[in-house]
Design a protein around this ligand. Structure first.
Ligand code: PMP
Length: 397
């Protein structure tokens, strides 16, 4: 069960991301998080460039329209998105989409929609959706509130308007490395907020109807949400659907129904350019596999000094690796966090809307390099060695 953050005077215990003065931060936060170093450098340069930075550009100016068109095109190219799909940049984050999905796809408010619940975020999406449609719940939640596997994808309700799932549960560390191919006709609605752009998507083969991702993990920073919507689903929404959440309105107005977050879109544009130049989604996937394997291998070889709740490697998240230290021992965990922080390793313990949680978490998004993960893993191995040889070590040794 999630607990409240205990009172502790050390900054890292309160979720601080600031390492000691003079030490460079290695940010393993679950998001928002650091961008790739090259992307960050390009963003800095925007302010010195001859042309005006998008932060100050009118969203209807020809200069910004070029940036927007480029971001849409790069997204299509990078993720191989067929022309049948509209690409929107929307407001409201993942939470906005929790409501937008049923408001757009269930105009009467009483239509059935299946919710596959495999973690905290799909559970929250379900709770929001129950205001706007009639959810059919298929959940893998244990009685104690934990999640360790996906629910069954078989025998889903054929009358559902759509089947909702979260392809990477950021808090619980459960990932679908590929989207499922369901045996009912209803389209998939995918929350890919924390894994978008880190693996290929079979848009048509998996019958994806809607896929969204808040930008702040793998493709940018908070304030814009990418939504990919199959055009045949752009119908009449619920009369209660606000314009900013309405897919058909935003598609009709080419993303300019109201003021789009111009700077955020330019950051996404730069991020996608970087990603394509690095070798595209295949390379992002290779890196994600390599980075997460380093951490899971160490955990699995640690003889239970470190432990992760997800036993099945086929669903272990490559983005967010939850783990505990010395069976969750408070003193050992505190020493681990503080010693990591002294080396600049931050973001392993952060607050979520669901509390601080039992596990620490290493988040390994596109902006985290393989080299940075090596530093983390080497620290973890070193800490384990030292604790084993000095079990009664003082908290800050
Ligand atoms: N879905 C997932 C998978 C998430 O990790 C998050 C957290 N960023 C959200 C939804 C909620 O997104 P937001 O905070 O942008 O509303």
């Amino acid at each position: 069960m999630m607990q409240a953050l205990p009172a502790d005077t050390h900054p890292v215990m309160g979720g601080s991301l600031a390492p000691p003065t003079g030490v460079k931060a290695l940010n393993f936060s679950p998001g928002p998080t650091s961008l790739a170093a090259e992307v960050e450098a390009e963003i800095k340069a925007l302010f010195d460039a001859e042309r005006m930075c998008s932060m100050y550009l009118s969203h209807r100016s020809p200069e910004f329209l070029d940036i927007l068109a480029s971001a849409v095109q790069r997204c299509r190219t990078a993720m191989d998105i067929p022309d049948r799909y509209e690409i929107l940049f929307m407001h409201g984050g993942g939470h906005g989409q929790f409501a937008a999905v049923p408001l757009n796809l269930c105009p009467n408010g009483d239509e059935k929609a299946t919710y596959l619940v495999n973690g905290t975020w799909s559970k929250r999406a379900l709770s929001e959706a129950s205001k706007y449609c009639r959810p059919v719940v298929v959940s893998s939640e244990h009685p104690d509130g934990t999640f360790t596997h996906n629910p069954s994808f078989d025998h889903l309700d054929p009358e559902s308007r759509y089947v909702y799932l979260c392809s990477n549960e950021t808090v619980n560390g459960i990932e679908m490395h590929r989207l499922p191919k369901l045996d009912i006709k209803a389209p998939l609605v995918v929350d890919a907020s924390s894994d978008f752009s880190t693996k290929p998507i079979d848009w048509e083969g998996c019958n994806v109807g809607v896929l969204y991702a808040c930008a702040s993990k793998n493709i940018g920073h908070p304030g814009v949400t990418l939504c990919v919507i199959r055009k045949d689903l752009l119908g009449v929404p619920s009369k209660h659907c606000p314009g900013v959440l309405c897919y058909s309105t935003n598609a009709r107005e080419s993303n300019l129904w109201n003021t789009i977050p111009t700077f955020n879109v330019e950051v996404v544009n730069i991020y996608l350019q970087w990603m394509i130049a690095q070798g595209g989604v295949r390379e992002m996937e290779r890196r994600s596999m390599a980075k997460s394997a380093m951490v899971y291998d160490l955990i699995d070889r640690s003889n239970q000094f470190y432990a992760t709740p997800i036993a099945d490697p086929s669903i272990r998240s490559r983005m967010n690796v939850p783990f505990e230290v010395a069976g969750g021992d408070e003193e050992a965990t505190r020493a681990f966090l503080i010693q990591g922080w002294e080396r600049g390793i931050v973001g392993l313990r952060t607050l979520t809307p669901f509390g601080v949680g039992k596990y620490l978490r290493a988040s390994l998004y596109n902006g985290v390099s393989e080299q940075q993960v090596k530093v983390l893993v080497s620290f973890m191995a070193d800490f384990m060695q030292r604790r084993r040889h000095a079990p009664s070590a003082t908290p800050n040794d």
